[in-house]
Structure formats: C-alpha cells, structure tokens
Ligand binder design. Sequence first.
Ligand code: 5GP
Ligand code: MN
Ligand code: MN
Length: 320
Amino acid sequence: ISQKELENFKKFIDEADTIAISAHINPDGDALGSALGLRKSLELYGKKSDVIKISEVDDYLNFLPQIDFYKNPSKKEYDLFIIVDCSEFDRIDKAIEICKKSKKVLVIDHHEGGSIKTDLNIIHSDSPASCELVYEIIKRLKLPIDKEIATLLYAGLVTDTGRFLYSNISELTFYTAADLYKIGADFEMIYKNLYQNKEISKLQFENHLLNKVEFKKPYALVGVSQKICKDFGVQMGDSESVVNMLRDLKGIEVACLVKEYGENEFKISLRSKDYLDVSKIARDNGGGGHIRASGFTINTDSMDKAINIMRKILEEAIND
Ligand code: 5GP
Ligand code: MN
Ligand code: MN
C-alpha cells in the first residue's frame, strides 16, 4: 500500500460523516472479517459506519464476533462507500443502489485484474487477503484495534490463505498474523469453529460428492445440485471443502465444482495448484477471482448442460 493511498484513505474517512461498508455477495471469512473489522476500528476512531447486509451468512461463519453488525442499512446514501474484498460493482449486488448515490467510493481488495472506477482504489492482487490490507491500513494510520478486530482480521487471513498455505502468502502475512496474535486474536476459537465443528451430515455430503467426481487428470469435475444439499441438510457453501480436497490430489491441477444456485444459474468454483491461471478462465467467462481460486456463473437450463460446458472450458484451457 502506497503512502499516497494511505493518506487518501485517511482524508476520505476524516471528511465523511456517514460511511457504509459492503463486501461481496455470499460473503466468506475474508469478506466479513475485513468489513466488520474495519467497521469496529472506524467506530473506535469516532466514525460510525454501517456494514450492509446483501445476503444471508452461511452458518459456518455465524460464530464471528460482531456478526450482528452485518445488517440492513440505516440510510439510502452515505458520504463515503467502502467496498471490501471485491472490485466489481455487480458483486455488491443490491448495495449498488446505495453505492451509486453515495458521494465518494473507495475499494480495498486483492482480486486479479480489477478495473473498477472509483475515487480511490487500494487494490493489491499480490496480497493474500483483504484482511491483510485492512490490517496494514489500521497499523500504518494508527487506527484503533482491539481483540475483536484482531480476531476478525485473523479469521479472514486464515480462511483466504488456506491456513497459511497458499502461494500468495508473504513475509508480511506472517508478520500480520504475529501482530494479530499479540493483540489478542482468539485463534483457538477460530480454529475450533472453522475446522473442528463439522457436522457428520456434512462429512456424508462430502462423501457422496466425492463418489460422483469425474476424474480426468489433470482436472476433476463435479456438480452439486440443490437436491443433494437438501437431502443432506447442508448449504451450498459447504461444498467448498470438496473443491479444495480435489485440488489437493496428486495429478490434479484444477478442480471444479458446478453449483446449482437457481433455475438456469450454475455457479462455478475453480481451484488450481501449479500452473493454470483460473482467474483468466473466470474473467473470460464473465467472472473473476485469483490465479489459484476463481469463479463465474453459467446460465443454462440443466446440470448436465452446465457440466458439458464446463468440461469443454477446462479442456480448452488445459490444452492452451
Ligand atoms: P469461490 O469458489 O469460493 O466461490 O470463489 C473463489 C474466488 O473467486 C473468490 O475470490 C471469489 O471472490 C471469486 N469469485 C467467485 N465467483 C465470482 C464471480 O462470479 N465473479 C467474480 N468477479 N469473482 C468471483
Ligand atoms: Mn472473498
Ligand atoms: Mn478475499
């Protein structure tokens, strides 16, 4: 983050009386961690802000401190609108109306290839998590931080780095984790809630999906229907573990989930390991993300068709 970006951030905050924060739709740990962590820091600094709820929170994240601040907005427009963990207006879904009416817009994000036009972009795709960027801003501007904020930021850091394993982590990531630890981030509580709290039904759901995977080295592909989720009593978000498991297999470079979100709406999750840039595949198909994790939507009328389309996309990308 450049000095100029920091100074502008501070100026924007200081000049705003009303502030809104929005992360992307279907928020993950990094989206909620960075939005709620920034909100509390700004509040302690003397600036109340609203974190705008744009979708339901998946059950596995309901343990996060401050989660009740993810709620319907109190105003229709704000002096400053902050977007975190995405760099596209359509990814903030219904908050876009409020965003458009707000006087100034700034973005804090780490996704690949964003070309969003706002008043201030703090976009660093070499960063592994938006929470790392939010922490850097808080630290260098000496904004307030406490145990809850540290816990939120640590949660985002842990989830977006795959527990400090993915290739986009850096020295700074470990320094950030060390700082957050020192401030009192409740890493054990995070660990227990995220990784030692799996319902047996979820394991059975994973087992069911794993049995349906099409393995065609170097890719693995599987569809997740609404019905399967209902049968096992899980949420679509619970399938993320499966795409990661597939990516981790020997001989598999890219893993893909085709998730049925609605009639004609199939959301794709891609994960790669060594060489395939899945952010490019996603961008070519109207989505986005990171080099090793990305997503987009296919609109077609059946799971079979969506899988066929996806198989073709994967084979083309691999043969390139
Ligand atoms: P996931 O597979 O967890 O849904 O998404 C992986 C990554 O790709 C995340 O960083 C997410 O923000 C990004 N991503 C997923 N779906 C979309 C999409 O439809 N559009 C964009 N721009 N990014 C997406
Ligand atoms: Mn995210
Ligand atoms: Mn993120």
